[in-house]
Design a protein around this ligand. Sequence first.
Ligand SMILES: [Fe+2]
Ligand SMILES: [Fe+2]
Length: 277
Amino acid sequence: MPSERLVAISDLHIGYAENRAIVDALRPGSPGDWLIVAGDVCEFAEDFEHTMRLLSERFTKVVWAPGNHELWTHPRDPSRLRGEARYRHLVEICRSLGVVTPEDPYPIWTGPGGPVVVAPLFVLYDYTFRMPGVTTVEAALALAHETGVVCTDEMFLHPDPYPSREAWCAARLKETERRLEERPDGLPTVLINHYPLVREPTLILRYPQFAIWCGTTQTADWHLRFQAAAVVYGHLHIPRTTWYDGVRFEEVSLGYPREWKPRKTPPGRLRQILPAP
Ligand SMILES: [Fe+2]
Ligand SMILES: [Fe+2]
């Protein structure tokens, strides 16, 4: 019997039939595996519940951090919930299935590579990953519009009741910092966030002006401050392993069929987070 592992994936985007088939085939490698889902499961609340139920029935524990796509109020989703209310609704769905969310006590992985605090985060973005010389949010958005590279979040990801996505991000940062500071003494962490906690991974984006929707400079030292054994993220759809300050960062996205089809590696492989591969 293989020993248990903490594994991760993100950006399932099950609106694509081919991605849905991949998710339908996902299985743990051993009965004790925990699964991290780092956001962008889908756009519709009903699909979200279906997918999280499926995964929660297969894995001993599932840990979820929200992506921007789940937070959209998509014109075709019967659920019209927006912003914080939508997020809270998704949290309730997860809780009904036993899936761990950023609102729950952080579970402790005691399997191989542990003990480690497994911390799903929701800190959003605040337009601070700006192009060189661009000093304000307004200028960054103007540049994005001029060049035709505008994230759909601008239409569908509503910050209600906050006045802006930046304000929502600021509130999330404050609350998340408090939670992480209160974690059990001396234990390292696995930090899970849909967006990279440091800016470097966004530097290879095809359209670097898109980085404003990909994180916040406020988390640049979190992997050191909170003793990360590993950081798990997605969103960029550039799956890879990189190291910053000696800490392993894992971009674990599946991504869209047009992105994964040309790759040599088979799609939908679960990335091993712990024990360290
Ligand atoms: Fe995605
Ligand atoms: Fe995303």
